[in-house]
Design a binder for this molecule. Structure first.
Ligand code: NOJ
Length: 561
């Protein structure tokens, strides 16, 4: 029987307060010396992940793929690419993760397949085969003076900023690829396509996965009349990416997105799968002028008992107190009003975004860790973030990312944040016995797991303290959040509280100077953990406390009865 929301409310839900570790399989741990990470490598590192307080893993795609977009171009949704291992390796990893009390969510890529997928091979063979309508095919709008077909509209491919339409001689038609030319878009208006994805979900759920991260969901629904995207009036041709020349109001984000996601939610609630809790997190970057309502639209459009949108403010907001204070108050108030089932889902970095320490600074990244791991909901840690790994400069002849290779203005693209995990000071940072697929950071001899494990002040030790605190604290998992005054403009302060459990207060100093904050009347604060290695905060007086530049600290608050 399907659970009613009330039953869901009564029990602990694993996504609430989850510490989710995001693994980009190519770059985490190589077990066979081919220079590319694999599933066996991940399994070997489960003890490490458990020691970090990790309660769930998200694995970027490991399916068979020509790797045009490093696995986000899938040729078979039911198997494992031999580069990463076998299906049995996946089953073994899943069992071992569960034995470590770690859930596993896997990447589901519904918007596009690889052009090597059998569906696309069939679909492109003729205009009247059983798969002919599984992709988005259109006739040429016209032909130019030389007789070349003209694309149906002006839509651009997200990765390279060139036309999103590719001519296919056999069909005498264009196909749409919102991403790389080798990633044709599926036609989600076709119920057979939707059913195919439900079956893919069922297959992995049946195997025991705990849920999905769903890729690029805004592109599932576009303007069915294929109107042109409007030009971006703020576009600066000399600086901006080619893709930014247009505003993408027609090529993605149309309302059926939510209906399709809701159908996916229904699969998670099918009776066969509710013996344990399944959950999915959707990837969509809202337009900056509309952030809050865009996030809320997902909570309204999907079932918050089983799904949440990623919250990407940690990758987008400047590291400044005002936008963070404003966002946290408005977002969490709105979620509380909407439904107690809503789970926030914070990621401060991922395989598509600059590393957090490179974006905001090393000390700031330590503060951000304190914040990430004391906010409600799911906290996603991108592999290596716990070490303070930084973007790595990639020599031009080693650039691999199709986005960088396709748009010269994209510089070196996304490779800098995808370099191998730094395990030790040994050769190749202990990542591989072979030649790593991307260069290893120069700082690996000091920034690595082995070295930082021995250092009580390291970033890794900070993450371990925070991760295990969160894993073991009912308040940090399920408590409410309220933002309150810190008595200082540069310092954000918020409480986490849950009836019958200890109350936590987090202070985050965004200034690059010492700041003095006020303590809520009648509260006594006891320091639990601070981002500043040589903190002075235990010396607070009854009414105030002093935070160092960029220090973030967590306290237990007690009020005398
Ligand atoms: C989002 C993924 O995170 C990114 O790496 C990929 O290139 C696109 N979606 C296309 O699948």
């Amino acid at each position: 029987m399907n659970e009613s929301p009330n039953t869901t409310l009564l029990r602990e839900r694993w996504p609430e307060g989850a510490v989710v570790y995001h693994i980009y399989p190519r770059s985490f741990q190589d077990s066979n010396g081919d220079g590319v990470g694999d599933l066996k490598g991940i399994e070997q590192r489960l003890d490490y992940l458990q020691s970090l307080g990790v309660t769930a893993l998200w694995l970027s795609p490991f399916y068979p793929s020509p790797m045009a977009d490093f696995g986000y171009d899938i040729a078979d949704y039911y198997d494992v690419d031999e580069l990463f291992g076998t299906l049995d390796d996946f089953r073994s990893l899943l069992t071992a993760a569960h034995n470590h009390d770690i859930k596993v969510i896997i990447d589901l890529v519904p918007n596009h397949t690889s052009d090597a997928h059998q569906w696309f091979i069939d679909s492109s063979a003729s205009r009247d085969n059983p798969k002919s309508d599984w992709y988005i095919w259109r006739d040429a709008k016209d032909h130019d003076a030389r007789g070349n077909p003209i694309a149906p509209n002006n839509w651009l491919d997200v990765l390279t900023g060139h036309s999103a339409w590719q001519w296919n001689e056999t069909r005498g038609q264009f196909y749409l690829h919102s991403f790389d030319v080798r990633q044709p878009d599926l036609n989600w208006t076709n119920p057979e396509v939707r059913e195919a994805f439900k079956n893919i979900m069922r297959y992995w759920l049946d195997m025991g996965v705990d849920g999905f991260r769903v890729d690029a969901v805004y592109w599932l629904a576009k303007d069915p009349l294929l109107h042109d995207d409007p030009e971006n009036p703020k576009y600066r041709a000399s600086e901006d990416l080619l893709y930014e020349a247009l505003l993408h109001t027609k090529s993605c984000g149309w309302p059926p997105v939510y209906a399709y996601l809701s159908e996916m939610c229904d699969v998670l609630k099918e009776p066969e799968f509710t013996s344990k809790e399944r959950f999915m997190v959707t990837e969509a970057y809202p337009e900056r002028h509309n952030v809050l309502s865009a996030y809320l639209q997902f909570y309204v459009g999907m079932d918050p008992a089983v799904a949440a949108p990623f919250n990407f403010e940690g990758t987008a907001l400047p590291w400044e107190v005002a936008p963070w204070r404003d966002f946290l108050s408005r977002f969490h108030t709105a979620l509380d009003e909407l439904s107690p089932l809503c789970v926030a889902s914070y990621a401060f970095g991922n395989h598509d975004k600059p590393r957090v320490a490179s974006r905001i600074g090393v000390n700031e990244a330590r503060s951000a860790a304190v914040m990430l791991l004391t906010l409600p909901g799911m906290a996603f840690i991108y592999y290596g973030e716990e070490l303070g790994m930084q973007d790595v400069a990639i020599p031009i002849d080693r650039v691999r990312d199709p986005a960088a290779l396709g748009d010269p203005k994209n510089g070196i693209g996304r490779d800098p944040e995808r370099t191998p995990m730094q395990w030790s000071a040994a050769e190749n940072a202990g990542f591989t016995q072979g030649t790593p697929w991307l260069p290893i950071a120069d700082d690996y001899t000091s920034v690595n797991v082995e070295t930082q494990s021995l250092n009580a002040q390291s970033s890794l030790t900070l993450y371990r303290t925070l991760g295990t605190l969160r894993r073991d604290s009912a308040t940090l998992k399920r408590g409410s959040l309220s933002v309150h005054s810190s008595g200082c403009d540069d310092v954000l302060a918020y409480d986490r509280a849950l009836n019958g459990h200890e109350q936590y207060v987090t202070y985050v100093n965004f200034a690059d100077q010492t700041r003095i904050c006020t303590i809520e009347p009648n509260n006594t604060l006891t320091l639990v953990v601070s981002s500043a290695a040589d903190t002075v905060v235990p010396h607070e007086s009854k009414n105030s406390l002093t935070l160092q530049a960029h220090e973030a600290a967590v306290f237990v608050a007690t009020t005398p009865s």
